[in-house]
Design a binder for this molecule. Structure first.
Ligand code: C2E
Ligand code: CA
Ligand code: CA
Length: 673
């Protein structure tokens, strides 16, 4: 009974009777059920690597009846398959002439682990991490235990203040679940790697405050003499570096202003997509904000940035399925639409986008219009690599700009020709003024009542030496996008003022010459001083001059442009709203625009006698304009029916082929004189 109280297991072997006694505690030690345990049985529990040595030793002892007293350390494997470390004491002597071997078996697994901890600390020294904040650890792979330096308590809750020893399974439970599979994968790799090879892995753990910390585990696998596999290493906290890295990563793939992915990400993502799905069609959509530069220049970069954010939010808010939206740079964005089945789906999606942006966007109490020019290319028909697709979407976008902005174009091979023509025109246009190729024609405006000429609209003409006659519908947009409209426009303004002065000296009749002003011209800071100086130079009364501005030009930046127009009007010139009815057409805006007259667009005049709707619109415009004291001009009048109808509803002025085409100045002035 006394023996039962002992921690250790006692045993005795009689060499004469070969009787073997072992105290019942052995059952606990080895987790066995069996009663009658033989000496040979016991040997079978000794770990393989220790067994033979021990057996040999024992046999020698018996054979020569050596009297000795010693202890040795050995590993045993219990019936649960767990490895335990034991200290075996052996003592031999003669009792009543019989050679007896007896001893004790003591479980020293824990003590051994403590020793291993010390070894790990030693190892830690070898890893040269002493003095740092690193947490040394060792992990006995076969025994499924891991011991960590007490500093691990900064991360996980654990009683006591010594180094901790926990099962590896428990340790795994601290690892952040998203990182577990990668962690296990890395561990497998380490297990199958050569020993003494250093490894390094990074993973997150949720610390006791439920914060994510990044740890780096560095170490190496070693094989102990007894066959145990150990990983010795140290954990270091790399949270700060990792967060910086992630931030850099975020920044390198995300746009700082809008937060959406950037051009780099776009290239990476789409490149991968093509590689993985070479047979799946998708659309690359190049989006350019038409008036961003202007808004940036006039309201400042903060407003510009906010507009980009607003725009991004609008597109994101549309929740376009299977798409990737990135900022390409500046005011250029890229939308990739995957799973494209029909080009019509793309078209209706783009119609929606343009519609979404037709409403003014308010930023810091400023209302701005943000129209888009959009170009589309389709994989794989328009290009098999991302660079070609991008270049062609960009080309299509450029054409959308030339074709009047606020629209989209889908790339087709003809565009290459069209663009060639564009580049050719731009190239020739650069020398057009120097070559005296630009001139101005004058189209009379008629008083409906008296049928007398009351003025002219100046219309630019370009007869290019190389290309022949080029229509203003073709070269004006190109001159706008290239900035050439400024010198060309100035030339026309000066030419008109000069001719106007000439004519004013020839007649007492009052008349006006109307000059078209484009968007780019109005925005120019130098336009007002130039007009003022030209009027002065030719000593012309400003009331002879009128400027025509389209409503879409004004509505792009209403406040800014209205201010500019007011200043222009202060010079004494009059202003006409051109192409009325084709743009934003806010009748309520008519009240606040500083204009004198309004030109009903030809498309409505074309509908006279053909379409009741057009007539109704014309009637309404005239009525409203007269109420607002505006002069109404009908443009593009070609037939007698149109003329009769317009006269019957009191349209003030008429312009069109029915009366006269645009004429050389010499011919035009004859109509007045
Ligand atoms: P717009 O200002 O609307 O000019 C009226 C256009 O209609 C002119 O075309 C004119 O020739 C044409 N037109 C006049 N009556 C009739 C008619 O009865 N039937 C038809 N079918 N057409 C008629 P044009 O000269 O080709 O000019 C086209 C556009 O080019 C102008 O439209 C204007 O926006 C722009 N443009 C022309 N000259 C200048 C200029 O000096 N400066 C600027 N900024 N733009 C100009
Ligand atoms: Ca005009
Ligand atoms: Ca017009």
């Amino acid at each position: 009974m006394a023996i039962d109280f002992l921690e250790a297991v006692l045993w005795e072997w009689n060499s004469e009777t070969e009787e073997f006694y072992i105290s019942p505690k052995i059952k606990n030690l080895l987790s066995i059920d069996k009663e009658n345990i033989k000496l040979l049985d016991l040997f079978s529990y000794i770990a393989e690597e220790d067994r033979n040595e021990l057996k040999l030793f024992f046999d020698e002892m018996i054979k020569d009846k050596i009297i000795d007293n010693f202890s040795l350390e050995s590993n045993m494997i219990n019936d649960l398959g767990q490895r335990i470390t034991v200290e075996i004491q052996i003592r031999s002597n003669f009792r009543d002439g019989v050679f007896i071997i007896s001893g004790m078996i003591k479980d020293i697994t824990e003590k051994k682990q403590q020793e291993n901890i010390n070894k790990a600390i030693e190892n830690k020294n070898r890893l040269a991490v002493e003095g740092s904040k690193d947490i040394a650890f060792w992990w006995n792979v076969r025994q499924n235990v891991i011991s960590l330096n007490k500093r691990i308590r900064e991360y996980i809750d654990f009683e006591g203040d010594k180094d901790i020893v926990i099962s590896y399974t428990k340790w795994r439970s601290y690892i952040y679940k998203d990182d577990l599979s990668e962690y296990d994968k890395q561990m497998m790799k380490i297990m199958s790697s050569k020993t003494d090879e250093f490894y390094s892995i990074e993973f997150r753990i949720l610390n006791k405050n439920n914060e994510i910390r990044w740890l780096e585990s560095k170490g190496k696998k070693t094989l102990e003499k007894n066959g145990d596999v150990f990983i010795f290493g140290a954990l270091s906290d790399i949270t700060i570096r990792k967060e910086k890295e992630l931030e850099n990563n975020f920044l390198s793939y995300n746009d700082e202003v809008t937060g959406i992915t950037n051009r780099r990400y776009f290239f990476k993502e789409v490149g991968n997509f093509i590689e993985e799905n070479p047979n799946e069609s998708f659309a690359v959509i190049f989006i350019d904000l038409d008036n961003f530069k202007y808004i940036n220049d006039t309201y400042g970069h903060d407003v510009g940035d906010l507009l980009l954010v607003e725009f991004t939010n609008i597109i994101k808010g549309m929740e376009i399925e299977n798409s990737l939206f990135s900022r390409y740079g500046g005011d250029e964005f890229l939308l990739v639409k995957y799973k494209v089945l029909e080009i019509d789906d793309i078209k209706s999606m783009l119609d929606n986008i343009i519609k979404e942006l037709s409403k003014p966007i308010s930023i810091n109490d400023i209302e701005v219009f943000c129209t888009l020019s959009i170009g589309v290319s389709i994989y794989p028909s328009d290009g098999k690599d991302i660079n070609t697709l991008l270049k062609r979407a960009d080309m299509a976008m450029y054409l959308a700009k030339i074709n009047g902005k606020n629209r989209y174009e889908i790339f087709d091979m003809n565009m290459l020709e069209i663009l060639n023509r564009e580049f050719e025109i731009e190239k020739r246009l650069r020398v057009a003024l120097d070559n005296n190729e630009i001139k101005v024609l004058f189209q009379p405006k008629i008083d409906t009542e008296t049928e007398e000429v009351i003025g002219f609209e100046a219309l630019a003409r370009w007869e290019c030496q190389a290309l022949g006659m080029v229509s203003p519908k073709e070269f004006i947009p190109i001159s706008e996008s290239s900035g050439l409209i400024i010198p060309i426009g100035n030339y026309i303004i000066e030419e008109c003022i000069k001719k106007c002065k000439e004519l004013s000296l020839k007649t007492n009749k009052k008349f006006k010459i109307a000059i078209n002003l484009s968007d780019v011209q109005i925005r120019s800071e130098k336009i007002l001083p130039f007009i003022e100086a030209s009027l002065k130079k030719y000593d012309l009364d400003a009331s002879y001059i009128e400027f025509e501005i389209t409503e879409s030009v004004i509505m792009k930046y209403p406040e800014k442009n209205i201010e500019k127009l007011k200043q222009l009007r202060k010079l004494g010139v009059s202003l006409a709203l051109d192409d009325f009815g084709t743009g934003y057409s806010s009748l309520s805006y008519l009240r606040i625009l500083p204009i004198d007259s309004l030109k009903i667009d030809k498309s409505f005049i074309d509908g006279i006698v053909i379409e009741e709707k057009s007539e109704y619109i014309i009637d309404t415009i005239i009525e409203l304009s007269h109420y607002l004291n505006l002069i109404v001009v009908a443009e593009g009048v070609e037939t007698k029916e149109q003329y009769d109808y317009l006269k019957s509803i009191n349209c003030d002025l008429l312009q069109g082929y029915y009366f006269s085409k645009p004429l050389e100045f010499a011919d035009a002035e004859k109509m007045l004189l």
